[in-house]
Design a protein around this ligand. Structure first.
Ligand code: ADP
Length: 506
């Protein structure tokens, strides 16, 4: 096994990889930007080096500097996490050239699957059904109009180099076609330095269901079952679960086989995800392949009992996957909520700042992947996701019950967070029934927001009570009427006195 691995990332995923390294007795090397000096990943790693100033382009995306740090620190491999350089074929190639193992697929697979048009073509050539769309980049408005006339509106304009919803435009009628193509081109050029866009039929109320796949350098490829990722806001996932509530044994078998076939088409190695859209008639279509570890990998780990990050390390080291497809089980149910530093009352605007109190839920069935702690200041420069909360139960309802409890126990004070939104979401009747598609949040948001607004008011009131109770307890200690209890935290007083008592005191 490797002795030393550099983690070219930050936040919860860097923490996740560092923890896997420690479990395996591998020394971890963290890199950080000047804005991340106090980050949890820096505190947890065995070694940590500054990669540059706050902007990602000068630190987490600074390929030369990262490779130099890997070589200088004696790391044999680089784990790229997700985002940043994780799907960058040029970086993977540079690693290969420098004799550093890139923990992910080979650079040629990254290149092939990194472009939506090329990956769609590769899939079609291998008999994998893809979402109906143009097979080349759009070069004339007339061609675009012809496609739309053939398939009917609405259609989607998508950037071939796209990701994270960038360069994607929904077009309801011919009137807005030209401006949507132009807008998507501009956005894609700015984000990815590539202005190629193509058209896809817009599927009405689909499910986004993806399959975790895994390949090794000995020709083995397996899938680790599905994740339901239809709970999306602006086409980005906010909650995921496994298994999918709409899955049947027959559909799972078909989709799993196709996912493995898709991965075999590019001789895929290491962890990857085949994303599908599933329509009302349960037809499924390849959407794209993510050639890296996914944010939502913990739910797969919970239901399969396979540590995907440890497997990534072993397979990158040259080992074979130590189990066959038939040995992989899918047990119970797991749900993940992505916890963001953002204000659900203000259109989910990012809310960086000082976290005064960060207290995680625990107990049976709960897993935390966090990047924050009490006293941590969330920087403004990066994605505002600060933690993930995953829950496991023997059944879907058991997992939901644990998630409801865990979200109620979770405390983040000092900054706004998405917790109130998630608390409302996991109580919604349609979520409870498992009856939701990618359109659900567009429609349910107004209803959910009146619920979480009421809850935020309640919790603000509770916080005021806590502070009042804390002051009262402190006063008593100061005049020696009660035994001193060390540092008086408002939370401790709250737990000790209970709400009734605090109310009485007020
Ligand atoms: P990105 O790579 O930018 O995240 P994806 O192609 O993965 O974009 O799509 C993200 C989400 O957008 C999907 O999960 C789905 O909700 C929606 N979407 C994408 N393509 C279609 C389509 N053809 N029809 C309906 N919804 C789509």
């Amino acid at each position: 096994m490797f002795k030393k691995v550099l983690i070219a990332n930050r936040g919860e995923i860097a923490v996740r990889v560092i923890r896997a390294c420690r479990d395996l007795g591998i020394k971890s090397v963290a890199i950080y930007s000047e804005a991340d000096r106090n980050s949890l990943h820096v505190q947890l790693a065995d070694f940590a080096y500054c990669a540059g100033p706050a902007p990602s382009s000068e630190s987490y995306l600074n390929q030369r500097r990262i490779l130099d740090l890997a070589i200088a620190s004696g790391a044999e491999a680089i784990h790229p996490g997700y985002g940043f350089l994780s799907e960058n074929s040029k970086f993977a190639k540079e690693c290969e050239k420098s004799g550093i193992v890139f923990i992910g697929p080979r650079s040629d697979a990254l290149q092939l699957m990194g472009d939506k048009l090329t990956s769609r073509k590769t899939m079609m050539d291998n008999g994998v059904p893809v979402v109906p769309g143009t097979d080349k980049a759009i070069t004339s408005l007339d061609d675009a109009k012809k496609f739309a006339a053939q398939y009917g509106y609405p259609i989607l304009v998508k950037a071939s180099a796209g990701g994270g919803g960038k360069g994607m435009r929904l077009v309801e009628s011919e009137k807005s076609l030209a401006s949507a193509i132009e807008g998507a081109r501009r956005e894609s050029e700015k984000a990815f330095g590539n202005s190629d866009v193509y058209l896809e039929k817009y599927l009405e109320e689909p499910h986004h269901i993806e399959f975790q796949i895994f390949g090794d350098s000995h020709g083995n490829i397996v899938h680790l079952y599905e994740r339901e990722c239809s709970m999306q806001r602006r086409h980005q996932k906010v909650l995921e679960e496994s298994p999918s509530p709409i899955m049947t044994g027959e559909l799972r078998k078909k989709m799993g086989d196709v996912a493995v076939r898709a991965a075999k088409a590019v001789n895929y190695t290491n962890a990857g995800t085949i994303e599908f859209l599933v329509d009302k008639q349960r037809n499924f279509y390849f959407l794209e392949m993510n050639t890296r570890l996914q944010v939502e990998h913990p739910i797969t780990e919970l239901v399969t009992d396979i540590d995907i990050v440890k497997l990534q390390l072993a397979v990158a080291h040259g080992e074979a996957i130590p189990f066959s497809q038939s040995a992989i089980k899918q047990l119970g149910h797991a749900i993940e909520c992505r916890i963001y530093a953002e204000d659900p009352e203000n259109d989910f605007l990012p809310c960086p700042g000082l976290i005064k109190e960060f207290s995680l839920p625990s107990g049976p069935g709960i897993r935390n992947d966090e990047a924050a702690y009490s006293g941590y200041e969330v920087p403004i420069h990066y994605d505002p996701m600060i933690a993930k909360l995953s829950c496991w139960g023997e059944s879907r309802m058991a997992a939901i019950g644990t998630m409801q409890r865990a979200l109620n126990e979770y405390t983040i004070l000092g900054i706004k967070s998405s917790l109130p939104f998630h608390r409302a979401l996991v109580r919604h009747p349609k979520f409870l029934k498992g009856d939701y598609t990618t359109n659900f949040l567009n429609e349910a948001l107004p209803e959910l927001s009146s619920e979480f607004q009421a809850e935020i008011k309640d919790r603000d009131f509770e916080e005021a009570l806590l502070v009042a109770a804390g002051i009262e307890a402190f006063r008593k200690e100061a005049i020696g009427r009660e035994r001193p209890q060390g540092r008086v935290s408002a939370r401790r007083v709250w737990i000790q006195t209970g709400r009734q008592e605090s109310l009485r005191r007020l």
